[in-house]
Design a protein around this ligand. Structure first.
Ligand code: ADP
Ligand code: MG
Length: 370
């Protein structure tokens, strides 16, 4: 097989990295292959690139800066990881000392929020409202019940009465975010059993935060990927637009379904095809993307939704909700809102793609697909 273009291959490697690295051993093995991938073909025309990879939020990130970065790879890694730590100290559901964990553990219905968390929850609420509640950060009790939270349960679907009980705490009508005159944000919830899960925007927040740091340092060209969320700017080491792969949802081999050039925008993909379990009693498959209205993981044939928009917070908030809505509703939402959306559905066992008008310009680079 001909060599993949360097940047394309790197982007794919890192977008797929989240599910590839299921064990530390495998991680080491694959990290060991990355330099080989990077050195593939046409190296003479390629600018040197500062490359950094690591782990955050239970997944993997990568950053590429063609040319120089002041302080080198070590400074780049330190800068990025500082940002990730700041974010996880607020939003991690796996760290009992994070701000959101303390909010969830509190027995109060009204809780004062930090500036960062208040603004974030207000933004999430805004996207939830836009999507009619298909993405909803109060989905926490259902995420826990289905075993995708900090305390994983067995591999069996919960009982209907448990689902009904958890669902009774879920919904946009269960909380408000208000900003008092002196500027502090306050959360008011229907009861202390209303629990928040910000996992769906974590990767996007991470990509945005690193991009902001690079922008502030005047870096003109970069690609930042935190699992399925990315921010890119300028061009790659060969002076070409950054190219990122949307994964083929039908194979565990991390094949590219289509190549996309996000042209300086953020891009993220939500998928129901990697993180799931199969209930041995029913043989049904349940993924980690939960429909807040039914209380069940999504069951329809739409398996992947990619969004391109100015920020990765926006793409990461919207992709999950659009996946819950399914292809038809997601695409009509995209047309109404002039949003770039690409969906993959399983039709007769085969993946089929559809996309909104606003997505078309980003597919122009697909012709260069290997
Ligand atoms: P992906 O793994 O496809 O990138 P994300 O990690 O962005 O997806 O988001 C998945 C997580 O979001 C789930 O593990 C769960 O914690 C949370 N979640 C699931 N369904 C919803 C929903 N409808 N609205 C908000 N958050 C959700
Ligand atoms: Mg998301």
């Amino acid at each position: 097989m001909a060599c993949l273009r360097d940047n394309f291959r790197q982007a794919l490697v890192f977008l797929m990295i989240k599910s590839i690295f299921s064990s530390a051993l495998l991680a080491l093995a694959i990290l060991g292959t990355i330099p080989t991938l990077l050195s593939c073909g046409e190296a003479d025309k390629t600018k040197p690139t500062v490359n950094v990879q690591g782990k955050t939020m239970g997944t993997f990130y990568s950053i590429q800066v063609p040319g120089a970065f002041q302080g080198g790879a070590q400074m780049l890694k330190q800068t990025a990881e500082h940002e990730f730590e700041q974010i996880t100290s607020v939003i991690s559901g796996f760290d009992e000392n994070s701000e959101i964990s303390k909010v969830n553990a509190s027995t109060d219905n009204t809780v004062e929020l930090s500036e960062y968390l208040g603004a974030l929850m207000a933004a999430c609420r805004h996207y939830s409202e836009q999507l009619g509640g298909a993405m909803d950060i109060t989905v926490g009790p259902l995420v826990r019940l289905w075993g995708f939270g900090a305390d994983p349960k067995g591999q069996h679907a919960p009982r209907q009465d448990q689902i009904a009980q958890a669902s009774s705490q879920v919904g946009l009508d269960k909380y408000e975010i208000n900003r008092a005159e002196q500027g502090a944000y306050a959360l008011r919830r229907a009861s202390a059993e209303v629990q928040f899960d910000l996992a769906t925007v974590g990767e996007g927040l991470g990509a945005d935060a690193v991009a902001a740091q690079l922008d502030a340092r005047g870096v003109e060209n970069y690609l930042v990927s935190v699992a399925g969320a990315s921010r890119s700017k300028g061009v790659n080491a060969k002076g070409q637009p950054w190219k990122i792969g949307i994964e083929d949802p039908t194979t565990p081999e991390h094949k590219v379904f289509v190549a996309v050039c996000p042209l300086g925008k953020a891009m993220s993909t939500a998928g129901s095809y990697r993180n799931f379990f199969k209930d041995p009693d029913s043989d049904r498959i349940y993924s980690h993307i939960i429909d807040p209205f039914s209380g069940y993981p999504v069951q329809h044939q739409t398996v992947s939704v990619t969004v391109i928009a100015p920020t990765a917070l926006q793409t990461d908030a919207l992709d999950t909700g659009l996946l819950v809505m399914g292809a038809d509703k997601a695409l009509s939402f995209a047309e109404q809102n002039d949003l770039a959306v690409y969906v993959i559905e399983m039709v007769d066992g085969k993946p089929q793609a559809r996309y909104s008008s606003a997505f078309k310009p980003y597919l122009d680079c697909s012709t260069e697909q290997p």
